[in-house]
Design a protein around this ligand. Structure first.
Ligand SMILES: Nc1ncnc2c1ncn2[C@@H]1O[C@H](COP(=O)(O)OP(=O)(O)OP(=O)(O)O)[C@@H](O)[C@H]1O
Length: 450
């Protein structure tokens, strides 16, 4: 496992030999990252949460793949809310070296777990299914992978339509490590008919009701040792939520028309695009049921919060739709895809790429003529269309109290991130696209961290 380490402050630097030796004893030999941009997993040792420490933690946010464990030399350094500040600035966890029962064991346990999660994320199984490396998406994906692989917790997926909830449910099932894994059973709660819902969920005995000609297994039995995915769980009627309380908690239930308890061992994954906690407050969703389905809540970001993923997703869809040829996007099409809004999120982008693909002929780049005519911006609206999202972002920054310097810095930081994502981390190509030299781009990134 390759990790980096950085010491901030004289007190921390003074501890360097002691820390390095202790880590080496458990087989961790980190590379010192002073002056370079840290990439991947790492440890930041500091003696106080001052501007230098906060800036160093912030610098790690530049690469979505970087994860930093902040280690205070003393417990005192974490007083007065300092650890929360570090977390909010981007640290993945915070511990104190002194005062910890066994600091090295704690560091090593965390790094090993994060490393295992990152390896799973890099595996073809995950990469094929869920594309994206943006700073808004990667932490969410890490959570999903961790909870799916290392726990049996039920998961509640929240997110707008088309953000990938069903795709994530499939991944959770795939990553489940049970030895004799059962099936993934999906039940769309919008299609559950109240009169038949009992049978749908619990199954029924022969003759339980008119038309029940034979014994039938319900969703709980079918998902035994597997995963039960309740899609659109926000649509479940209140009365049905009450009926499901016991089985969701204790995993035992009775078939309709039977007095015998059955047991089903399933992982529950629920999804909704509704704000369930608000519905709980309003009384339109049961509080007790909400708590039982939400031992782990995961909010999938809308596509507008992960602009760096738009082009990688678009190229991924092109590859799946036209596996015979490596299609590329003309710069103006790239620009169009980045400027456009996607109320239907990833599904909308996928559909758009499907339409573009159908119009495209040959094996050359996709050009503006491949964009369906009803998708084109009107001439009058063209300037506005191009400027709107940028203006909105600047407006937001101003509302947040950011000044010209910070706005300029954030804009170039974003441009660098977008281009690096598009160019799959290739510095030379990114520098060419940004109109700067490789060296200038490297310096720019280093400055952003200092
Ligand atoms: N990260 C991703 N990488 C590649 N494809 C994705 C990704 N996320 C979603 N998709 C694709 O986008 C489409 C919509 O995803 P999905 O059906 O999972 O969304 P959803 O949130 O469940 O939508 P809804 O709430 O409308 O049911 C699917 O075709 C899915 O394969």
């Amino acid at each position: 496992m390759r990790i980096w380490i950085r010491f901030v402050g004289s007190g921390a630097s003074g501890m360097r030999p002691k820390v390095m030796e202790a880590l080496a004893r458990v087989g961790i030999e980190p590379e010192c990252s002073e002056g370079t941009s840290p990439l991947g997993l790492g440890v930041l040792v500091f003696d106080e949460v001052g501007p230098m420490t906060l800036e160093a933690v912030r610098g790690c946010r530049l690469h979505a793949s970087t994860r930093v464990l902040a280690v205070a030399t003393t417990e005192k350094a974490l007083g007065e809310g300092a650890c929360w500040r570090l977390l909010l600035e981007g640290a993945a966890d915070v511990i104190a070296w002194e005062g910890a029962h066994d600091a090295v064991a704690e560091i090593s346990a965390r790094l090993e777990r994060w490393h295992a999660v990152d390896r799973i994320i890099d595996s073809p199984g995950v990469q094929r299914r869920l594309v994206g490396r943006s700073p808004s998406w990667l932490p969410v994906l890490r959570q999903i992978v961790e909870v799916a692989t290392f726990t049996d917790a039920s998961v509640l997926l929240l997110g707008e339509s088309g953000t990938g909830k069903e795709e994530v449910a499939r991944l959770i099932h795939e990553l489940d490590r049970r030895a004799h894994k059962g099936d993934l059973v999906t039940l769309d709660c919008t299609t559950v008919v109240p009169e038949l819902s009992g049978s749908e969920f619990f199954g029924h005995e022969r003759g339980a009701f008119t038309g029940a000609a034979g014994v039938r297994d319900g969703a709980f039995a079918l998902s035994h040792e597997g995963t039960l995915f309740l899609d659109e769980v926000g649509e479940l009627p209140l009365a049905l939520q009450a009926q499901l309380l016991r089985v969701v908690q204790e995993h035992s239930y009775k078939r309709v028309g039977s007095n015998t308890w059955q047991h089903a061992d399933f992982r529950l994954v629920c999804a909704t695009n509704r704000e369930l906690s608000e519905e709980v407050t309003q009384g339109s969703f049961r509080r007790d049921f909400f708590h039982r389905i939400s031992s782990w809540v995961c909010r999938l970001p809308p596509l507008r919060e992960r602009p760096e993923d738009i082009l990688p997703l678009a190229l991924h869809f092109l590859r799946t739709m036209r596996p015979d040829v490596e299609l590329v996007l003309d710069p103006r099409v790239r620009d169009y895809l980045l400027q456009r809004s996607y109320p239907g999120n990833i599904r909308e982008l996928r559909q758009l790429m499907g339409r573009i693909c159908k119009r495209h002929v040959g094996s050359g780049p996709i050009t503006v003529g491949d964009i369906p005519s009803d998708e084109l911006p009107s001439l009058e609206g063209l300037c506005e269309w191009r400027d709107q999202s940028f203006a909105r972002a600047v407006q937001h920054a101003l509302t947040m109290g950011m000044g010209l310097k910070e706005i300029g810095r954030s804009a170039s930081e974003m441009a660098i991130r977008l281009v690096l994502a598009e160019e799959e981390g290739n510095l030379q190509r990114a520098a060419r696209r940004l109109g700067v030299t490789d060296r200038a781009l490297q310096l720019r990134r280093a400055q952003q961290e200092d």
